[in-house]
Design a protein around this ligand. Structure first.
Ligand code: 6PG
Length: 227
């Protein structure tokens, strides 16, 4: 089940996302004493990440993962971990050992093996943040590729020929991203109108393969609304 949530302005999408993250953290920390959050890459979530340090929360209970990473040196500006670090995590009191970048600087296979180990002890994520690509991809799950939606799919996939550069990436599978209490897509800008239209009309784009038991929330701004 997909819940489409419409806002006029991109700023309203960001505000709603910040509130949903704050609420998910509060609920998880109250219920289980920890909050396990998966971050999206891309440019859309950056402004949301920049607001998070202002939240009143118990940062020692936060654990931060990544949905995907590009195979690049650890300090490369195109890394999702570097974006999150500069927008938020670099100034965050979250304990360093509770931030789990995908170590793609080690190469594809070693990064995948390492992240499989990181995720092994963990059950459902509390909240998974995702973006939507213009071709319908999410995380680094691209059209025409195996997105790992089967129940026995591996938690972590190696991507060798992504159409969006760089071609080599590591991504959590659709199956692992769906294993969450809450999934939230942030979708803004006119470039997203076409994939939203395709998703709404039932096409099997990769984003549609994320199917959380509690449903999936998609926050959209006016520019991304289909005609
Ligand atoms: C990545 C992302 C990717 C992203 C979408 C949307 O590493 O590139 O995880 O799935 O979320 O491509 O990107 P924008 O937010 O930049 O439009």
């Amino acid at each position: 089940m997909v819940r489409w949530e419409w806002y006029e302005q991109e700023a309203e999408v960001r505000q709603a996302a910040t509130q949903m993250i704050a609420q998910a953290a509060a609920d998880a920390i109250k219920a289980r004493g920890a909050f396990h959050l998966v971050l999206a890459g891309g440019s859309t979530p950056r402004a949301v990440y920049q607001t998070l340090n202002a939240l009143p929360t118990d940062w020692s209970a936060w654990h931060v993962y990544f949905g995907d990473e590009r195979v690049l040196p650890a300090d490369h500006p195109d890394r999702n971990s570097v974006m999150a670090q500069s927008a938020w995590l670099g100034q965050s009191p979250i304990p360093r050992n509770q931030i789990y970048p995908i170590p793609t600087e080690l190469g594809l296979e070693a990064a995948r093996a390492s992240y499989l180990q990181t995720l092994a002890p963990l059950g459902a994520f509390d909240l998974v943040l995702l973006g939507l690509g213009e071709d319908g991809h999410t995380a680094s799950l691209f059209p025409g590729h195996d997105v790992g939606a089967a129940q026995d799919a591996s938690d972590v996939l190696m991507v060798l020929d992504a159409p969006k550069p760089p071609p080599q990436r590591v991504s959590l599978s659709a199956n692992r991203l769906s294993n969450a209490r809450q999934v939230l897509f942030l979708v803004t800008g006119a470039g997203k109108r076409e994939p939203v239209q395709r998703w709404m009309s039932g096409e099997e784009i990769p984003a549609a393969s994320i199917q959380c038991a509690n449903g999936v929330d998609v926050l959209l701004d006016r520019a991304a609304w289909p005609d």
